[in-house]
Design a protein around this ligand. Structure first.
Ligand SMILES: [Zn+2]
Length: 284
C-alpha cells in the first residue's frame, strides 16, 4: 500500500509545520502528529507497529469498510532502535528546562523522565526533547513518549520495539503506581497519570487520547496483577461534549467495569483535569 505525502494541511493534526510527515492514500490517513488523539471528522484506528504513525479514517461514509482496510494497511517503516533509547536512558539526566516544566505541573517523582537528543530513524536529523518512559506492572519499559523541544516537530513521538513488553498492535500505556492500589483510575495521556499519582497517591493508568480500549489486553494484564477493589475513569474537562472521546469513555467503562467520575468537569471546559485537582478523596 503506497501513501502520498500530504503537501497541504493535514486534516488530522491540522498543523502546517509538519505536514510533510503526514500521508494519505485518500482512504486512509497516516498522521505523525496524532497518535490516538481526538480529530474532528476522523476516527483513530490504531498505531502502526513501529508507533510512528497514527492510522485514521474519515468517520462519515463507508466507515466500516475503511476501518477494515486501515487495520490491514501495511506501511513500510523502520522501527526506531529501542536499544539505543535503553542505552542513553542509563544516563538518566533531566535538564533544568524540562525539570522546571514538570515541577510546575506538580511532579515530585522524576523517575520516568529524562532529557536527551537522539539521532533517530525518524526522518529528522535528531530529536531533542523530554522522554517519558511508559511503565508496565513490574516496572518494565513498554516504550517512550517523546515531547520534542522543536516546534517544527509533532507534539509527541513514540519509540518502542517488538520484543519490549508491549503487546503487538497495542499502544503503550502508562501505569503510575501510587500508595493506594485499591483504587485504579483511568485517565488520558502518558504524563497526566504520573502527575495525578504524585498529587493523589491513587494508582493511575493513562492512555493517549483516552484510547484505553485500544490497549485492552495490556490494561487487563495490569488490572489482574494489581487486583484493585474499584476502577474509575477520570475524563478530562468537557469530555461529554466530544463525541469520539465520550464513546471511548463509555467503551472503557464497559470493558473494565469502571465508574465514570464527575467533579463538574464533564461539561465544563474551564474545570480542572484529574492532575490539577489537589485534594481528591474517593471512598470505596
Ligand atoms: Zn497529521
Amino acid at each position: 500500500m503506497t501513501f502520498a505525502i500530504l503537501r497541504s494541511n493535514c486534516p488530522i493534526c491540522q498543523e502546517t509545520h509538519h505536514d510533510n510527515y503526514c500521508r494519505t492514500n485518500n482512504d486512509i490517513y497516516l498522521c505523525r502528529g496524532c497518535h490516538g488523539d481526538r480529530a474532528h471528522g476522523f476516527d483513530f484506528v490504531k498505531m502502526t507497529d513501529n508507533l510512528i504513525w497514527g492510522i485514521y479514517v474519515q468517520n462519515n461514509r463507508n466507515k466500516q469498510k475503511r476501518e477494515f482496510k486501515a487495520r490491514s494497511a501495511t506501511v513500510d517503516n523502520k522501527v526506531p532502535d529501542f536499544n539505543a533509547y535503553k542505552a542513553f536512558e542509563a544516563s538518566k539526566t533531566l535538564n533544568a528546562i524540562h525539570k522546571n516544566k514538570l515541577i510546575k505541573r506538580g511532579v515530585t517523582d522524576f523517575t520516568p523522565y529524562f532529557s536527551h537528543t537522539i539521532k533517530s530513524d525518524y526522518p529528522f536529523a535528531s530529536i531533542s526533547g523530554m522522554y517519558i518512559k511508559c511503565l508496565g506492572y513490574q516496572d518494565v519499559t513498554l516504550g517512550y513518549q517523546i515531547a520534542p523541544d522543536s516546534k517544527q516537530l509533532p507534539k509527541y513521538l513514540w519509540a518502542s520495539k517488538d520484543g519490549s513488553a508491549r503487546i503487538k498492535g497495542e499502544m503503550p500505556v502508562q501505569l503510575a503506581k501510587g500508595e493506594n492500589k485499591d483504587i485504579v483510575i483511568l485517565c488520558e495521556g502518558i504524563l497526566k497519570p504520573c502527575v495525578a499519582r504524585d498529587r493523589q497517591q491513587y494508582t493511575f493508568i493513562g492512555a493517549a487520547g483516552g484510547n484505553w480500549v485500544s490497549s485492552k489486553k495490556l490494561i487487563h494484564k495490569m488490572l489482574n496483577a494489581i487486583a484493585p477493589k474499584q476502577i474509575y475513569i477520570a475524563p478530562d474537562a468537557n469530555s461529554l461534549n466530544n463525541d469520539s472521546i465520550w464513546l471511548n469513555i463509555q467503551k472503557a467503562s464497559q470493558e473494565f467495569n469502571a465508574n465514570i467520575l464527575d467533579w463538574g468537569q464533564l461539561e465544563d471546559k474551564q474545570a480542572p483535569d484529574i492532575d490539577e485537582l489537589p485534594n481528591f478523596v474517593l471512598q470505596l
